[in-house]
Design a protein around this ligand. Sequence first.
Ligand code: NAD
Length: 341
Amino acid sequence: MSDRNHPMADGAASVLVAGGAGYIGSHVVHRLRAAGRCPVVVDSLVTGHRDAVPAAVPFLEADVGDRSRVAEFIARHRVRAVVHLAALSRVGESVEAPRRYYQGNLVASLALLETVLDAGVPAFVFSSTAAVYGSPEGTPIPESHPTRPINPYGETKLAIERALEAYHLAYGLRYAALRYFNAAGAEASAGLGERHEPETHLIPLVLDVALGLRPAVTIHGADYDTPDGTCVRDYIHVCDLADAHLAALVHLESGGGSGAFNLGTGRGYSVQEVVEAARRVTGHPIPVSHGPRRAGDPSTLVASPGLAGERLGFYARRSGLDVIVRDAWAFHRARGERYAG
Ligand SMILES: NC(=O)c1ccc[n+]([C@@H]2O[C@H](COP(=O)([O-])OP(=O)(O)OC[C@H]3O[C@@H](n4cnc5c(N)ncnc54)[C@H](O)[C@@H]3O)[C@@H](O)[C@H]2O)c1
């Protein structure tokens, strides 16, 4: 780790980005730097990539639950706010291996909160998820919708939201729990994009077909109660998500109220529409095959996004479907060319 060119040399306070080597975290780091902030990153690299974090950003390879090393890092960099994205996030895996999720997401996050409270860090932004709502009663989904997760992944995220609320009331920790809907897109000009292994998200899977890395994309269920029978999701551009984290930090730092905020667009697109957008953007026919429904997949998940606009002043600006697919394709194609080279 090199601190030489880091703005901390001037004594500025830092923002700890936990999970900053991951897909969304690396975009948050990029956005914070563009805004003149001083991000420092802790990441175990369990799913992240060291090369997604610029060399000039102080980096600690550690689990967020490693209290002594994280505490030392927080003190050394005078951290005054935390953005916590570090988690395992595959819903199916959380059903098959719940111990990993309760340990990796819940126990480790509670340990990070202990470290944060002991260090007197006043502001905490948490990556939550639409999975806290479970099977929604209707659409779009407001924050006041009952929270009834239907898998261990959603349970662990909700448990941390509840701890944050209690710690806010008891200890004054200011927090924003950001309930993302479907993150997608890329900041290809910065070399940043989605690189999950194995990949489970629709847009990179579809683009793998366009790159010739997969023969076809499987549509899981075409008999849902939606206009074309395929599931409808609310896709938000990862750069919009990064903007929302900055907006949440500014909100908390200026004394704004704590709570949970949906991050979505309020507009849903079906799996079929995503495939058609990818055909338009890539010019590839993208064959599809049809498979059975997946257990626990609600037909429609669309956010009511108004609260984040009202309280955080956040509005999604880059989240049109074609823009998302175009930006993801720019990243994917560049990676595909690197592999081919
Ligand atoms: N991608 C989405 O659509 C989506 C939707 C809702 C919520 N989220 C949440 O957003 C966050 C980021 O998601 P992502 O898609 O960027 O995933 P990702 O796997 O790309 O990033 C997670 C990062 O956290 C690190 N990490 C995981 N557990 C850790 C631990 N215990 N200690 C230290 N580092 C750890 C990983 O190495 C990785 O770099 C997660 O909390 C996820 O649950 C993502």
